[in-house]
Design a protein around this ligand. Sequence first.
Ligand SMILES: [Ca+2]
Length: 404
Amino acid sequence: MFKQNLSENIVFGFGLLLVFNLSFGACKVSEGSSWKDMIFGSKWLPSASKREARFLPIFSVVPVGAGTCTAPSGEQGNCIPSKDCLLRAGIPAGPCAGGYGLCCVFLQTCGGIIRENSTYFVNPNHPDVYDGTGSCQVTVQKIHPDVCQLRLDFDMFSIAPPESQNHVCNQDQLLVSGGSPIPTICGSSAGDHMYIDAGLGQSNAIVLSVITSGTFSRIWRIRVTQIHCGSLSRADHGCLQYYTGISGRVRSFNYNTVTGRQLSNQDYSICIRAERNFCSIQYNACPDVENNRSRSFTISGNSNNPTGSMVGGGSQVTQNTCINDWLLIGCMRSVDRIPPLAACEDRVCGGTFSAEVGTIQRTVQSSVRPFRLYFHTDGVEAPTDVDNRGFCLDFVQQPCTNGF
Ligand SMILES: [Ca+2]
């Protein structure tokens, strides 16, 4: 690893020297142009003159680091030579690498083709809102045949919410085609992410679409990161969401304790990498600071009334089992039971988070690895299930010495 970094640094230094000698002063190209002009206007069109094209192979020696600089408006950019940024249709966003590089941000909107790592898919008129109807799609081309996954980071994501009866996304929705299937999502999910299996080779392009209908002030800014097959940041296979680190927070899409609506027709896995020397994991419902009675775990029942937890499922259908909508955590137990209950449960639902039927929120522990949560909702809410928000759980991995 050190050797690799060292050689990269040498190449980087060599590249900077070339930039300094050959393109010093070129970083003033962007002056006088607004971002919007550059993205949507006609006056800014990248053109590669023969002279510039001649230099392209030299500039490409400089390593391109995805996310190595931050634009003033918050986007992550690639720190590259200024001429490279223009040639590759990027948007200059200030100096980086001590002024030798340019923080180059790549944006695409409807009809665009993503050819650069860490490109943002944004709504038309971004950063203003978009009120139009139709299908806005971008095509993602792999930057290398050895790209296996895409990670979508919803920096901004607010499109029309699901309807209020059955929480189905029938007005707006995000669709992804050409990769592994994703659940249909709508509403607000800023801060959430998704991994998409991109298959092997250059085979199929992946298309990201935001379908909109009716009036709504929509805004989205989705960063698309391409992940190499051998990358350490590659998610485990089949994980729509993937977390690393000993603690963190998982939540359903369109989660919000005040206005969120649990989305119907969900079926996916959330994976948490078991860190070295950690053997089990604990989950707690997130704090709900907006409501007197917590709604941070409301999956089934009427969340306008006190609703206890329900557990289990399968063939043992009783009043307190989870049949239609549920979160599954392998063999979970409440941690404050001494001695621990002999039986463990897998599914949990209702309006209170616990590994057993009841009205008390409990800390829940599972030592089944890999650490995964499976979330399932059907297409029906009313009349039994009303105003459920979904789930938000804080997790903490537990050292092996404390595992049970
Ligand atoms: Ca349901």
